[in-house]
Design a protein around this ligand. Structure first.
Ligand code: NBP
Length: 486
Protein backbone atom coordinates (compact mmCIF):
# COMPACT_ATOMS: atom_id res chain seq x y z
CA UNK A 1 0.00 0.00 0.00
CA UNK A 2 1.20 3.52 -0.81
CA UNK A 3 2.09 5.63 2.25
CA UNK A 4 -0.82 7.89 3.21
CA UNK A 5 0.68 10.27 5.77
CA UNK A 6 1.10 13.93 4.78
CA UNK A 7 3.11 14.71 7.90
CA UNK A 8 4.22 12.97 11.09
CA UNK A 9 3.93 14.65 14.46
CA UNK A 10 6.04 13.57 17.41
CA UNK A 11 4.94 14.77 20.84
CA UNK A 12 1.45 14.10 22.09
CA UNK A 13 1.24 16.74 24.81
CA UNK A 14 -1.10 19.72 24.66
CA UNK A 15 0.48 21.42 21.62
CA UNK A 16 1.05 18.27 19.58
CA UNK A 17 -2.39 16.77 20.10
CA UNK A 18 -4.19 19.99 19.24
CA UNK A 19 -2.09 20.74 16.19
CA UNK A 20 -2.70 17.21 14.90
CA UNK A 21 -6.46 17.66 15.25
CA UNK A 22 -6.20 21.04 13.52
CA UNK A 23 -4.25 19.49 10.62
CA UNK A 24 -6.81 16.70 10.43
CA UNK A 25 -9.65 19.25 10.20
CA UNK A 26 -7.86 20.78 7.21
CA UNK A 27 -7.76 17.46 5.36
CA UNK A 28 -4.22 16.33 6.12
CA UNK A 29 -3.42 12.81 7.22
CA UNK A 30 -1.18 12.97 10.27
CA UNK A 31 0.93 10.13 11.63
CA UNK A 32 1.15 10.49 15.42
CA UNK A 33 4.05 9.30 17.57
CA UNK A 34 5.25 9.89 21.12
CA UNK A 35 8.23 8.92 23.29
CA UNK A 36 5.89 7.18 25.73
CA UNK A 37 4.31 5.04 23.03
CA UNK A 38 1.21 4.12 25.07
CA UNK A 39 0.03 7.74 24.61
CA UNK A 40 -0.38 7.07 20.89
CA UNK A 41 -3.16 4.52 21.42
CA UNK A 42 -4.72 6.61 24.19
CA UNK A 43 -4.85 9.57 21.82
CA UNK A 44 -6.33 7.51 18.98
CA UNK A 45 -8.96 6.07 21.32
CA UNK A 46 -9.97 9.41 22.83
CA UNK A 47 -9.22 12.82 21.32
CA UNK A 48 -8.48 11.53 17.80
CA UNK A 49 -11.34 9.01 17.69
CA UNK A 50 -13.22 9.23 14.40
CA UNK A 51 -10.46 11.22 12.66
CA UNK A 52 -8.05 10.22 9.87
CA UNK A 53 -5.10 10.37 12.30
CA UNK A 54 -2.83 7.34 11.99
CA UNK A 55 -0.80 6.01 14.91
CA UNK A 56 2.78 4.75 14.81
CA UNK A 57 4.45 2.64 17.49
CA UNK A 58 8.02 3.10 16.34
CA UNK A 59 10.01 5.72 14.46
CA UNK A 60 10.53 3.25 11.64
CA UNK A 61 6.79 2.64 11.29
CA UNK A 62 6.14 6.38 11.45
CA UNK A 63 8.58 7.16 8.62
CA UNK A 64 7.30 4.26 6.50
CA UNK A 65 3.78 5.72 6.63
CA UNK A 66 4.82 9.08 5.13
CA UNK A 67 4.53 10.35 1.55
CA UNK A 68 7.68 11.86 0.03
CA UNK A 69 9.34 14.14 0.75
CA UNK A 70 8.72 12.97 4.30
CA UNK A 71 7.77 15.70 6.73
CA UNK A 72 8.40 14.94 10.39
CA UNK A 73 7.41 17.58 12.93
CA UNK A 74 8.34 17.55 16.62
CA UNK A 75 6.45 19.30 19.39
CA UNK A 76 8.47 18.11 22.36
CA UNK A 77 10.33 19.70 25.24
CA UNK A 78 13.02 22.02 23.87
CA UNK A 79 16.68 21.11 24.26
CA UNK A 80 18.18 17.62 24.40
CA UNK A 81 14.85 15.90 23.58
CA UNK A 82 14.90 17.55 20.13
CA UNK A 83 18.47 16.40 19.41
CA UNK A 84 17.63 12.91 20.66
CA UNK A 85 14.64 12.63 18.33
CA UNK A 86 16.60 14.00 15.38
CA UNK A 87 19.23 11.30 15.99
CA UNK A 88 16.52 8.64 16.02
CA UNK A 89 14.57 9.90 13.00
CA UNK A 90 17.37 10.94 10.59
CA UNK A 91 18.57 7.38 9.78
CA UNK A 92 15.06 6.56 8.49
CA UNK A 93 14.93 9.54 6.13
CA UNK A 94 16.27 10.19 2.62
CA UNK A 95 17.80 13.29 1.03
CA UNK A 96 15.17 16.01 0.59
CA UNK A 97 13.09 14.83 3.58
CA UNK A 98 12.27 17.46 6.16
CA UNK A 99 12.53 17.58 9.95
CA UNK A 100 10.53 20.36 11.62
CA UNK A 101 11.01 21.48 15.21
CA UNK A 102 7.92 23.36 16.40
CA UNK A 103 8.93 23.67 20.06
CA UNK A 104 10.36 26.72 21.82
CA UNK A 105 13.96 25.99 20.84
CA UNK A 106 16.84 28.40 21.18
CA UNK A 107 17.55 29.93 17.77
CA UNK A 108 21.24 29.00 17.93
CA UNK A 109 20.26 25.34 18.32
CA UNK A 110 18.06 25.62 15.21
CA UNK A 111 20.93 27.12 13.26
CA UNK A 112 23.20 24.22 14.33
CA UNK A 113 20.54 21.59 13.55
CA UNK A 114 19.95 23.04 10.09
CA UNK A 115 23.67 22.82 9.30
CA UNK A 116 24.00 19.29 10.67
CA UNK A 117 20.94 18.02 8.77
CA UNK A 118 21.78 19.79 5.53
CA UNK A 119 25.20 18.12 5.68
CA UNK A 120 23.28 14.82 5.53
CA UNK A 121 21.13 16.00 2.61
CA UNK A 122 18.10 16.53 4.85
CA UNK A 123 16.18 19.78 5.26
CA UNK A 124 15.30 21.45 8.54
CA UNK A 125 12.68 23.91 9.68
CA UNK A 126 12.77 25.49 13.12
CA UNK A 127 9.45 27.17 13.71
CA UNK A 128 7.79 29.09 16.46
CA UNK A 129 4.21 28.03 17.10
CA UNK A 130 2.30 30.46 19.27
CA UNK A 131 -1.18 30.60 20.69
CA UNK A 132 -1.08 27.90 23.33
CA UNK A 133 -3.67 25.12 23.37
CA UNK A 134 -6.44 27.16 21.77
CA UNK A 135 -4.16 28.42 19.00
CA UNK A 136 -2.79 24.97 18.19
CA UNK A 137 -6.33 23.62 17.91
CA UNK A 138 -8.01 26.42 15.97
CA UNK A 139 -5.23 28.43 14.34
CA UNK A 140 -1.83 29.35 15.75
CA UNK A 141 0.64 31.93 14.58
CA UNK A 142 3.46 29.98 12.91
CA UNK A 143 6.92 31.47 12.32
CA UNK A 144 9.06 29.10 10.22
CA UNK A 145 12.72 29.47 9.31
CA UNK A 146 15.53 27.10 8.37
CA UNK A 147 16.30 25.48 5.01
CA UNK A 148 14.59 27.63 2.32
CA UNK A 149 14.13 24.56 0.07
CA UNK A 150 11.85 23.00 2.68
CA UNK A 151 9.33 25.82 2.69
CA UNK A 152 7.38 24.95 -0.47
CA UNK A 153 6.73 21.45 0.93
CA UNK A 154 5.50 22.68 4.29
CA UNK A 155 3.74 25.88 3.25
CA UNK A 156 0.37 24.36 2.23
CA UNK A 157 -0.01 22.57 5.57
CA UNK A 158 1.20 25.42 7.76
CA UNK A 159 -0.77 28.15 5.99
CA UNK A 160 -3.96 26.03 6.08
CA UNK A 161 -3.82 25.42 9.82
CA UNK A 162 -2.55 28.88 10.84
CA UNK A 163 -4.79 31.64 12.16
CA UNK A 164 -6.11 34.05 9.53
CA UNK A 165 -6.54 37.82 9.73
CA UNK A 166 -9.80 39.48 8.64
CA UNK A 167 -9.00 39.32 4.90
CA UNK A 168 -8.04 35.64 5.13
CA UNK A 169 -4.25 36.13 5.07
CA UNK A 170 -2.61 33.37 7.13
CA UNK A 171 -0.57 34.29 10.21
CA UNK A 172 2.30 32.23 8.83
CA UNK A 173 4.94 33.04 6.27
CA UNK A 174 8.59 32.23 5.66
CA UNK A 175 10.69 34.16 8.16
CA UNK A 176 14.20 33.45 6.95
CA UNK A 177 17.17 31.12 6.92
CA UNK A 178 18.73 29.20 9.78
CA UNK A 179 17.43 30.12 13.20
CA UNK A 180 15.36 33.12 12.00
CA UNK A 181 11.99 31.49 12.78
CA UNK A 182 12.90 30.65 16.33
CA UNK A 183 14.52 34.06 16.76
CA UNK A 184 11.32 35.85 15.81
CA UNK A 185 9.36 33.54 18.11
CA UNK A 186 11.82 34.32 20.91
CA UNK A 187 11.33 38.07 20.44
CA UNK A 188 7.56 37.45 20.31
CA UNK A 189 7.81 35.76 23.71
CA UNK A 190 9.93 38.61 25.07
CA UNK A 191 7.32 41.10 23.91
CA UNK A 192 4.68 38.88 25.53
CA UNK A 193 6.56 39.18 28.84
CA UNK A 194 6.54 42.97 28.36
CA UNK A 195 2.83 43.17 27.53
CA UNK A 196 1.94 41.06 30.57
CA UNK A 197 4.10 43.17 32.88
CA UNK A 198 2.50 46.39 31.58
CA UNK A 199 -0.97 45.00 32.21
CA UNK A 200 0.19 43.87 35.66
CA UNK A 201 1.39 47.38 36.49
CA UNK A 202 -1.91 48.90 35.36
CA UNK A 203 -3.76 46.34 37.52
CA UNK A 204 -1.54 47.17 40.51
CA UNK A 205 -2.30 50.88 40.17
CA UNK A 206 -6.04 50.27 39.85
CA UNK A 207 -6.15 47.77 42.71
CA UNK A 208 -3.67 49.15 45.23
CA UNK A 209 -3.34 52.76 44.15
CA UNK A 210 -7.02 53.48 43.57
CA UNK A 211 -8.43 50.70 45.79
CA UNK A 212 -10.71 49.30 43.07
CA UNK A 213 -12.48 45.92 43.31
CA UNK A 214 -12.03 43.09 40.81
CA UNK A 215 -15.46 43.93 39.34
CA UNK A 216 -14.53 47.58 38.89
CA UNK A 217 -11.21 46.59 37.31
CA UNK A 218 -13.03 44.15 35.06
CA UNK A 219 -15.12 47.04 33.73
CA UNK A 220 -11.97 49.09 33.06
CA UNK A 221 -10.33 46.30 31.04
CA UNK A 222 -13.58 45.66 29.18
CA UNK A 223 -13.61 49.33 28.19
CA UNK A 224 -9.92 49.35 27.21
CA UNK A 225 -10.48 46.34 25.02
CA UNK A 226 -12.77 48.41 22.81
CA UNK A 227 -10.04 50.93 21.98
CA UNK A 228 -6.39 51.05 20.95
CA UNK A 229 -5.47 48.39 23.51
CA UNK A 230 -7.84 45.83 21.95
CA UNK A 231 -5.89 42.58 22.32
CA UNK A 232 -6.04 39.00 23.52
CA UNK A 233 -4.13 39.73 26.73
CA UNK A 234 -6.41 42.64 27.72
CA UNK A 235 -9.40 40.44 26.86
CA UNK A 236 -8.29 37.55 29.08
CA UNK A 237 -7.39 39.98 31.88
CA UNK A 238 -10.99 41.25 31.72
CA UNK A 239 -12.24 37.66 31.97
CA UNK A 240 -9.81 36.73 34.76
CA UNK A 241 -11.18 39.67 36.82
CA UNK A 242 -14.68 38.27 36.46
CA UNK A 243 -13.76 34.70 37.38
CA UNK A 244 -14.91 33.56 40.84
CA UNK A 245 -13.52 30.84 43.08
CA UNK A 246 -15.91 28.28 44.61
CA UNK A 247 -16.60 30.63 47.54
CA UNK A 248 -17.69 33.38 45.14
CA UNK A 249 -14.58 35.50 45.73
CA UNK A 250 -12.40 36.67 42.80
CA UNK A 251 -10.06 33.86 41.76
CA UNK A 252 -7.27 36.33 40.97
CA UNK A 253 -7.06 37.31 44.64
CA UNK A 254 -6.41 33.69 45.63
CA UNK A 255 -3.33 33.34 43.43
CA UNK A 256 0.12 33.74 45.00
CA UNK A 257 2.08 36.67 43.56
CA UNK A 258 5.21 34.71 42.57
CA UNK A 259 5.64 34.53 38.79
CA UNK A 260 7.16 31.60 36.93
CA UNK A 261 9.07 31.66 33.64
CA UNK A 262 10.45 29.13 31.21
CA UNK A 263 13.35 31.07 29.72
CA UNK A 264 12.39 32.64 26.40
CA UNK A 265 12.18 36.13 27.94
CA UNK A 266 15.61 35.60 29.46
CA UNK A 267 17.03 34.44 26.11
CA UNK A 268 15.72 37.61 24.45
CA UNK A 269 17.45 39.76 27.05
CA UNK A 270 20.71 37.80 26.82
CA UNK A 271 20.78 38.15 23.04
CA UNK A 272 19.99 41.86 23.26
CA UNK A 273 23.15 42.25 25.34
CA UNK A 274 25.14 40.54 22.57
CA UNK A 275 23.81 43.07 20.07
CA UNK A 276 23.97 46.08 22.39
CA UNK A 277 20.29 46.80 21.79
CA UNK A 278 18.41 48.33 24.71
CA UNK A 279 15.28 46.25 25.12
CA UNK A 280 14.85 47.81 28.53
CA UNK A 281 11.17 47.02 28.87
CA UNK A 282 11.46 43.29 28.23
CA UNK A 283 14.44 43.22 30.62
CA UNK A 284 12.37 44.89 33.33
CA UNK A 285 9.57 42.42 32.67
CA UNK A 286 11.93 39.47 33.17
CA UNK A 287 13.49 41.00 36.29
CA UNK A 288 10.05 41.90 37.67
CA UNK A 289 9.17 38.21 37.56
CA UNK A 290 12.42 37.56 39.44
CA UNK A 291 11.48 40.17 42.09
CA UNK A 292 8.02 38.62 42.42
CA UNK A 293 9.61 35.20 42.94
CA UNK A 294 11.41 36.54 46.06
CA UNK A 295 8.10 36.18 47.90
CA UNK A 296 9.37 35.16 51.34
CA UNK A 297 12.07 37.85 51.26
CA UNK A 298 9.49 40.45 50.27
CA UNK A 299 7.22 39.42 53.13
CA UNK A 300 10.08 40.06 55.58
CA UNK A 301 11.20 43.27 53.87
CA UNK A 302 7.65 44.63 53.95
CA UNK A 303 7.84 44.62 57.76
CA UNK A 304 11.02 46.70 57.79
CA UNK A 305 11.20 48.90 54.70
CA UNK A 306 8.50 51.52 54.86
CA UNK A 307 7.38 53.53 51.84
CA UNK A 308 5.60 56.88 51.71
CA UNK A 309 2.14 57.12 53.26
CA UNK A 310 -0.50 54.45 52.85
CA UNK A 311 0.39 53.54 49.27
CA UNK A 312 -2.82 55.04 47.94
CA UNK A 313 -2.92 57.46 45.03
CA UNK A 314 -4.98 60.56 45.76
CA UNK A 315 -6.70 61.82 42.63
CA UNK A 316 -9.26 64.56 42.11
CA UNK A 317 -10.70 62.96 38.97
CA UNK A 318 -10.60 59.16 39.14
CA UNK A 319 -11.98 58.64 35.64
CA UNK A 320 -9.32 60.94 34.15
CA UNK A 321 -6.59 59.13 36.08
CA UNK A 322 -7.78 55.75 34.81
CA UNK A 323 -7.58 57.18 31.28
CA UNK A 324 -4.01 58.23 32.06
CA UNK A 325 -3.15 54.68 33.17
CA UNK A 326 -4.47 53.50 29.81
CA UNK A 327 -2.27 56.08 28.08
CA UNK A 328 0.77 54.98 30.11
CA UNK A 329 0.14 51.37 29.14
CA UNK A 330 -0.32 52.25 25.49
CA UNK A 331 2.74 54.50 25.19
CA UNK A 332 4.91 51.97 27.04
CA UNK A 333 3.66 49.23 24.75
CA UNK A 334 4.68 51.25 21.69
CA UNK A 335 8.17 51.63 23.18
CA UNK A 336 8.35 47.89 23.91
CA UNK A 337 7.50 46.93 20.33
CA UNK A 338 9.91 49.56 18.99
CA UNK A 339 12.64 47.97 21.11
CA UNK A 340 11.70 44.44 20.00
CA UNK A 341 11.90 45.54 16.38
CA UNK A 342 15.26 47.22 17.03
CA UNK A 343 16.54 43.87 18.28
CA UNK A 344 15.21 41.92 15.28
CA UNK A 345 16.75 44.48 12.92
CA UNK A 346 20.13 44.16 14.58
CA UNK A 347 19.96 40.34 14.66
CA UNK A 348 18.99 40.19 10.98
CA UNK A 349 22.07 42.23 10.12
CA UNK A 350 24.35 40.16 12.32
CA UNK A 351 23.03 36.75 11.23
CA UNK A 352 22.45 37.58 7.56
CA UNK A 353 18.65 37.27 7.50
CA UNK A 354 16.29 39.31 5.35
CA UNK A 355 13.35 39.83 7.67
CA UNK A 356 10.02 41.18 6.48
CA UNK A 357 9.08 43.40 9.41
CA UNK A 358 5.54 44.16 8.26
CA UNK A 359 5.10 40.44 7.57
CA UNK A 360 6.18 39.63 11.12
CA UNK A 361 3.57 42.04 12.51
CA UNK A 362 1.00 40.29 10.32
CA UNK A 363 2.08 36.86 11.61
CA UNK A 364 1.56 38.13 15.16
CA UNK A 365 -1.73 39.82 14.25
CA UNK A 366 -3.73 36.64 14.87
CA UNK A 367 -3.41 33.29 16.60
CA UNK A 368 -0.70 34.20 19.09
CA UNK A 369 -0.72 35.47 22.65
CA UNK A 370 0.29 39.04 21.70
CA UNK A 371 -2.34 39.33 18.97
CA UNK A 372 -3.88 42.76 18.89
CA UNK A 373 -5.38 45.45 16.75
CA UNK A 374 -2.22 47.49 17.40
CA UNK A 375 -0.11 45.05 15.32
CA UNK A 376 -2.12 46.07 12.27
CA UNK A 377 -0.75 49.59 12.78
CA UNK A 378 2.81 48.24 12.95
CA UNK A 379 2.21 46.40 9.68
CA UNK A 380 0.93 49.65 8.14
CA UNK A 381 4.02 51.51 9.39
CA UNK A 382 6.35 49.05 7.64
CA UNK A 383 4.12 48.91 4.53
CA UNK A 384 4.35 52.71 4.32
CA UNK A 385 8.11 52.64 4.81
CA UNK A 386 9.82 49.22 4.57
CA UNK A 387 13.11 50.89 5.55
CA UNK A 388 11.65 52.47 8.69
CA UNK A 389 14.58 52.90 11.09
CA UNK A 390 12.58 52.87 14.30
CA UNK A 391 8.89 52.36 14.95
CA UNK A 392 8.87 55.41 17.24
CA UNK A 393 9.67 57.56 14.18
CA UNK A 394 6.68 56.39 12.15
CA UNK A 395 4.30 59.39 11.84
CA UNK A 396 1.32 57.47 13.28
CA UNK A 397 3.27 56.39 16.37
CA UNK A 398 4.87 59.83 16.78
CA UNK A 399 1.36 61.21 17.18
CA UNK A 400 0.09 58.36 19.38
CA UNK A 401 3.00 58.64 21.84
CA UNK A 402 2.71 62.43 21.77
CA UNK A 403 -0.98 62.26 22.66
CA UNK A 404 -0.38 59.73 25.46
CA UNK A 405 2.66 61.46 26.90
CA UNK A 406 1.06 63.72 29.51
CA UNK A 407 -0.94 60.90 31.09
CA UNK A 408 2.06 58.56 30.96
CA UNK A 409 4.22 61.02 32.92
CA UNK A 410 1.43 61.81 35.38
CA UNK A 411 0.87 58.12 36.19
CA UNK A 412 4.57 57.39 36.75
CA UNK A 413 4.92 60.47 38.97
CA UNK A 414 1.86 59.42 41.02
CA UNK A 415 3.10 55.83 41.32
CA UNK A 416 6.56 56.93 42.47
CA UNK A 417 5.01 59.32 44.99
CA UNK A 418 2.79 56.56 46.38
CA UNK A 419 5.56 53.95 46.36
CA UNK A 420 3.92 51.61 43.85
CA UNK A 421 6.47 49.93 41.57
CA UNK A 422 5.95 50.57 37.85
CA UNK A 423 9.28 49.38 36.40
CA UNK A 424 8.07 48.78 32.86
CA UNK A 425 6.12 52.05 32.59
CA UNK A 426 9.16 53.91 33.97
CA UNK A 427 11.82 52.26 31.86
CA UNK A 428 9.74 52.85 28.74
CA UNK A 429 9.53 56.55 29.54
CA UNK A 430 13.24 56.70 30.40
CA UNK A 431 14.05 55.10 27.05
CA UNK A 432 11.71 57.47 25.24
CA UNK A 433 13.33 60.47 26.92
CA UNK A 434 16.82 59.12 26.27
CA UNK A 435 16.10 58.32 22.64
CA UNK A 436 14.72 61.78 21.93
CA UNK A 437 17.55 63.60 23.75
CA UNK A 438 20.25 64.98 21.48
CA UNK A 439 22.88 65.44 24.18
CA UNK A 440 23.14 62.79 26.88
CA UNK A 441 25.72 62.88 29.69
CA UNK A 442 27.86 60.21 28.01
CA UNK A 443 30.47 62.90 27.29
CA UNK A 444 31.28 62.86 30.99
CA UNK A 445 31.31 59.07 31.00
CA UNK A 446 33.82 59.05 28.16
CA UNK A 447 35.95 61.59 30.00
CA UNK A 448 35.93 59.34 33.07
CA UNK A 449 36.87 56.29 31.00
CA UNK A 450 39.71 58.16 29.39
CA UNK A 451 40.77 59.62 32.78
CA UNK A 452 41.17 56.30 34.57
CA UNK A 453 41.93 53.91 31.71
CA UNK A 454 43.06 55.90 28.67
CA UNK A 455 40.05 54.45 26.82
CA UNK A 456 39.91 57.49 24.47
CA UNK A 457 36.94 59.56 23.30
CA UNK A 458 35.59 61.17 20.16
CA UNK A 459 35.23 64.98 19.96
CA UNK A 460 32.21 67.06 18.98
CA UNK A 461 34.43 69.19 16.73
CA UNK A 462 36.09 66.30 14.86
CA UNK A 463 34.65 63.63 12.51
CA UNK A 464 33.21 60.44 14.08
CA UNK A 465 35.67 57.57 14.25
CA UNK A 466 38.67 59.70 15.26
CA UNK A 467 39.72 58.91 18.82
CA UNK A 468 41.61 61.15 21.26
CA UNK A 469 43.31 60.72 24.58
CA UNK A 470 44.09 63.40 27.15
CA UNK A 471 46.71 63.21 29.88
CA UNK A 472 44.20 64.39 32.51
CA UNK A 473 46.50 64.42 35.55
CA UNK A 474 49.80 65.27 33.97
CA UNK A 475 51.11 62.01 35.48
CA UNK A 476 49.84 59.67 32.73
CA UNK A 477 51.55 59.14 29.40
CA UNK A 478 50.32 59.65 25.86
CA UNK A 479 49.68 55.93 25.30
CA UNK A 480 45.98 55.08 24.99
CA UNK A 481 44.11 51.82 25.30
CA UNK A 482 42.81 50.23 22.08
CA UNK A 483 39.12 50.45 21.15
CA UNK A 484 37.21 47.14 21.01
CA UNK A 485 34.43 45.23 22.69
CA UNK A 486 34.77 41.81 24.27
P1 NBP B 1 5.83 19.77 26.82
O1 NBP B 1 6.75 20.93 26.65
O2 NBP B 1 5.30 19.47 28.16
O3 NBP B 1 6.56 18.46 26.21
C1 NBP B 1 5.90 17.22 26.25
C2 NBP B 1 6.39 16.31 25.17
O4 NBP B 1 7.83 16.23 25.20
C3 NBP B 1 5.88 14.91 25.35
O5 NBP B 1 5.64 14.37 24.10
C4 NBP B 1 7.04 14.23 26.06
O6 NBP B 1 7.05 12.83 25.88
C5 NBP B 1 8.19 14.86 25.33
N1 NBP B 1 9.46 14.74 26.05
C6 NBP B 1 9.85 15.24 27.23
BR1 NBP B 1 8.80 16.23 28.38
N2 NBP B 1 11.10 14.96 27.55
C7 NBP B 1 11.54 14.23 26.51
C8 NBP B 1 12.78 13.61 26.23
N3 NBP B 1 13.81 13.72 27.05
N4 NBP B 1 12.90 12.93 25.07
C9 NBP B 1 11.87 12.83 24.21
N5 NBP B 1 10.65 13.40 24.43
C10 NBP B 1 10.50 14.08 25.56
O7 NBP B 1 4.58 19.87 25.82
P2 NBP B 1 3.81 21.11 25.18
O8 NBP B 1 3.38 22.08 26.23
O9 NBP B 1 2.81 20.53 24.27
O10 NBP B 1 4.93 21.86 24.32
C11 NBP B 1 5.62 21.25 23.23
C12 NBP B 1 6.62 22.27 22.70
O11 NBP B 1 5.91 23.43 22.24
C13 NBP B 1 7.61 22.76 23.74
O12 NBP B 1 8.83 23.04 23.14
C14 NBP B 1 6.99 24.05 24.23
O13 NBP B 1 7.94 24.95 24.75
C15 NBP B 1 6.35 24.58 22.95
N6 NBP B 1 5.20 25.47 23.16
C16 NBP B 1 4.30 25.24 24.14
C17 NBP B 1 3.20 26.09 24.28
C18 NBP B 1 2.17 25.87 25.35
O14 NBP B 1 1.31 26.74 25.52
N7 NBP B 1 2.18 24.76 26.06
C19 NBP B 1 3.05 27.16 23.40
C20 NBP B 1 3.97 27.33 22.37
C21 NBP B 1 5.05 26.48 22.26
P3 NBP B 1 6.39 11.88 26.99
O15 NBP B 1 4.93 11.89 26.73
O16 NBP B 1 7.02 10.57 26.70
O17 NBP B 1 6.77 12.43 28.34
Amino acid sequence: MQPQGDIALIGLAVMGQNLILNMNDHGFTVVAFNRTVSKVDEFLAKEAKGTKVVGAHSIEEMCAKLKRPRRVMMLVKAGQAVDDFIALVAPHLEPGDIIIDGGNSLFGDSERRRKELEAKGLLFIGTGVSGGEEGARHGPSIMPGGSPAAWEHVKPIFQSVAAKVEDGTPCCDWVGEGGAGHYVKMVHNGIEYGDMQLIGEAYHLLKTGLGMSADEIQAVFAEWNKGVLDSYLIEITRDIMAFRDKDGKPMVDKILDAAGQKGTGKWTVIDSMEHGIPITLISEAVYSRCVSALKSERVEAAKVLKGPGDGKIKVADKKAFIDSIRDALYASKIVSYAQGYMLMTSAAKAYGWTLNYGGIALMWRGGCIIRSRFLGKIKEAYDNNPKLGNLLLDPYFVKEVGDAQAGWRQVIAAAVTAGIPVPAFSTALAFFDGYRTENLPANLLQAQRDFFGAHTYERVDEPRGKFFHTNWTGRGGDTSSSTYTV
